[in-house]
Design a protein around this ligand. Sequence first.
Ligand code: SME
Length: 156
Amino acid sequence: MMGNETDYQLLCEQMEEMLNTEYWYVSAMSNAAALLWQFIPDINWAGFYIMRHGTLHIGPFQGKPACIHISPGKGVCGVAVEKDEVQLVPDVHKFPGHIACDAVSCSEIVIPIHRRETGAVKAVLDIDSPLKDRFTLEDREGLEKFCRMLEEKLIW
Ligand code: SME
């Protein structure tokens, strides 16, 4: 691992310990956002949007206040939900319909989180960076593992 990279193994270990203490999504996602904020350098927002009545609602996060509702298909988060696909966006200014909650955001990664029981998308993890091209395939792999762990344990 190079100096400025994230230790995803340690991040996941710490998250697992927290999940073993509390599975309720509000508590678990609050500490998850705090851990991501602590472990991942060069980011300006890290947190969750949660599906409620067919619309994404802002959930636990770290960073500046952000937009409260996002419809499926809108912005990077909405596209991740609609396609049920990770969105790794090297330059948000080139992403059609990107929702600029914080003007400094330049790149972004969004990962869908599913309900165990149905497989439906229940939430997304959204991380923004002020740097272009911030997120690598290693970040994607580590964050997908992190989200799979949340999926396995969370109660909604
Ligand atoms: N950039 C997101 C909106 C959420 S904020 O970045 C926190 C999007 O286009 O989905």
